[in-house]
Design a protein around this ligand. Structure first.
Ligand code: F3S
Length: 279
């Protein structure tokens, strides 16, 4: 059976950088560094890091003074940095540079007196951090109904969670015009998500089925899978590891496509491809 991997699949720049920083930190001071939440939504990689001595803390207050805290690519609110300094923690900051840029632009909008509106998932850690950079009273919208429910806000400043799709963002920003005298919108979207989706779509057009590799707890991997299955109408499976593959799924098929979310390490994708090629 022929196996083709999508030309954009797996780790994005920010996640790759964060994982490298995590492995380096664990090697340098095993047991003396904790990440604030799991470094990425991939259980296999988190387990590998745990085996190397990188533990997870839910709050900075769980760390002993003098140890190190690793901030993951999603970023954290400013008060987390302040608290880490108060506790005399070394800060290893793996916030994605594109997320940092979104923080800076959000702060700037708030300083310039705009009512800040964030387009994104309200409970996502990246959005919670953006909200903190916007100061008091920032709004989070995810759907046209959320925009409709906004009061007239006068001067609106808009930023997006980096993983939003540009077309959705454009639609919501357009709808916000009805709520504003002045509207200033920054494009804070990173193209990693769209590139993975577009590559999956191109591949889906020439294969019999798609395998989507990545954490079941990874939102971007799950969205990729749903897109292959629902929008592209192909048989598709979402797996975390090569061991989950079942040869009976592929009877009568000639060509398989493989894709993976931005939080899926290369070694897991390679193991999946290797096993598929034995079928
Ligand atoms: Fe950064 Fe984009 Fe990845 S914002 S963490 S490179 S999805």
């Amino acid at each position: 059976m022929e196996v083709i991997v999508a030309d954009a699949a797996g780790f994005c720049m920010g996640v790759k950088r964060a994982c490298q920083m995590a492995f380096q930190a664990a090697a340098r001071q095993p047991g003396r560094v904790k990440s604030l939440g799991p470094i990425i939504h991939n259980p296999q990689l988190v387990a590998k890091l745990a085996a190397e001595g990188l533990e997870i803390a839910a709050e900075v207050d769980e760390l002993e003074p003098g140890t190190a805290v690793l901030i993951r690519s999603h970023g954290v609110p400013p008060e987390v940095y302040e608290r880490a300094r108060e506790l005399d923690l070394e800060i290893i900051d793996a916030t994605c540079p594109l997320v940092r840029k979104a923080h800076r632009l959000t702060s700037r909008l708030a300083e310039e007196g705009y009512a800040v509106v964030i387009v994104g998932e309200p409970d996502h850690p990246e959005v919670r951090a953006l909200k903190a950079y916007a100061g008091d009273g920032a709004h989070v919208v995810e759907t046209p109904a959320d925009v409709e429910a906004l009061d007239d806000l006068g001067r609106i400043g808009v930023v997006a969670q980096t993983t939003q799709l540009l077309s959705d963002y454009q639609r919501l920003v357009g709808a916000m015009l009805a709520k504003a005298e002045e509207l200033k919108a920054f494009n804070t979207i990173c193209d990693a998500t769209a590139l993975r989706q577009q590559a999956a779509e191109r591949l889906a057009a020439v294969v019999d089925a798609m395998i989507v590799v990545g954490g079941k707890n990874s939102a971007n991997t799950t969205r990729l899978y749903q897109r292959c299955r629902d929008k592209l109408g192909l048989p598709a499976w979402h797996i975390e590891t090569a061991e989950e593959l079942d040869p009976s799924w592929f009877s009568g098929m000639q060509r398989l496509g493989v894709t993976a979310g931005a939080s899926t390490p290369d070694w897991i994708i390679e193991a999946v491809v290797e096993r598929l090629r034995t079928f």
